[in-house]
Design a protein around this ligand. Structure first.
Ligand code: FAD
Length: 210
């Protein structure tokens, strides 16, 4: 990600960080308004705020039934063992992955919305299950994390121009596979936003299918 960002800036791109709070629309999108009051002119925008995209779509008058499937992981820094590859235990819905910073145990789906505090009992249960598969796994030095998987009821992402506002595009709802789909999603969205013909039919991914 850092390398992609560097490349984008080297090519003349500009990165601004801030929380989007509102949009100014006329015949199409005109400006993006940030929570801190900054306003940015825009001919085109991509709403790709993960599970938070529903809030922005609602502000744009185009509500979408996007939910968050909350998931947890535990990053174990001194696991007392090494692994050469990931393992998945489908029946228990978790996965254990070796990373540069230790072993990561992740999984579970919690339907609790965007605002509820994380319930780390879930990550502890997942570690307990992982230790059944890997009895030598030690869990003393660790961090816990909760993240949001943006999910539609039909499990199909939205990659689409707005049906209401010229210049607005949506890319969200990639669920459990958002990292896997990231490059494909970016390629398709670039085609949509530059008027090129995408290499696949985009009808299944339209924003107004619900
Ligand atoms: C435990 C767990 C394990 C997972 N494992 C995998 C895996 O193995 N493989 C895989 O492919 N996927 C995996 N996923 C799913 C993947 O993480 C998501 O599908 C992916 O992160 C979605 O990407 P996104 O860019 O749409 O949203 P996000 O990654 O959620 O990014 C959205 C961004 O928008 C920002 N934002 C929100 N609101 C605003 C606003 N108003 N203004 C400005 N910015 C805003 C957020 O701060 C965030 O940076 C996993 C998810 C979890 C929770």
């Amino acid at each position: 990600m850092a390398k992609i960002a560097e490349h984008f800036v080297a090519k003349g791109g500009r990165i601004e960080q801030g929380e989007v709070a509102a949009f100014i629309r006329g015949g199409g999108i005109e400006e993006v308004v940030l929570k801190d009051g900054r306003r940015m002119k825009a001919d085109q925008i991509a709403v790709c705020a993960g599970a938070y995209s529903a809030k922005l779509a609602k502000i744009l008058g185009e509500p979408i039934p996007l939910e968050t499937e909350r998931g947890y992981h535990t990053q174990i820094m001194s696991p007392g063992m090494t692994m050469r590859h990931s393992i998945i235990w489908p029946a228990r819905a978790f996965m254990v992955t070796p990373t540069a910073g230790g072993i990561r145990v992740g999984g579970t789906v919690e339907m609790a919305g965007l605002d509820a505090a994380p319930d780390y009992r879930r990550s502890r249960i997942t570690v307990k299950h992982a230790r059944e598969a890997l009895p030598n796994l030690q869990c003393k030095n660790f961090t816990e994390w909760m993240g949001h998987r943006p999910a539609f009821p039909d499990t199909v992402p939205v990659m689409s121009a707005s049906a209401k506002t010229k210049g607005v595009f949506y890319a969200t709802g990639h669920g459990h596979l958002g990292l896997t789909y990231a490059a494909t999603n970016a390629r398709l969205m670039a085609d949509l936003m530059t008027g090129a013909k995408p290499p696949i039919g985009m009808h299944p991914y339209r924003v107004n299918r619900f």
